[in-house]
Design a protein around this ligand. Sequence first.
Ligand code: HEC
Length: 131
Amino acid sequence: MALLLISVMSLAILASVSYAGNVNNGKTQSLSSLRGVFDNYGCSGCHTYMYKNSTSGPAIAAIAALAKFKTKKWVISWIMDPKNHYKETDIKALIRAYNEYMPNNGVNKADAGKIYQYLMRIASKSGKKKK
Ligand code: HEC
């Protein structure tokens, strides 16, 4: 009986922990739903999932790494309207390298925030040491 009670209690604790993990004030979303936002705007058309830069843009791991060194405000502004940043030195170098200007993809602020989250999650993943 005691054993049964303990296992029921630990199940309840487990359930509440995973529930909290999923909801987390409504801010944390699953990686796949964040990836969905990135894909819906056509970002992956130029930023591929392979560890390879395409001719139309740097690979997703590369842009995630670049974004990691910028402020959140900068990245959101870039995602919503890149042309405001075309004159910045590092962006100019990228434009020269890819011979391409990232276009305005009509991303709204809420979705830009989700894409920012997505890029930071990717950046922290690829930041792990390979064995
Ligand atoms: C037509 C191709 C194209 C599309 C579509 C595109 N990008 Fe880009 N992106 C680029 C190129 C090219 C660069 C490098 C800078 C430049 O040349 O404008 C870049 C750079 C970036 C960077 C790095 C900026 C930095 O920190 O230096 C981020 C982040 C980024 N893109 C995110 C996105 C997101 C998010 C979307 C979808 C909303 C998207 N891109 C759609 C071509 C594209």
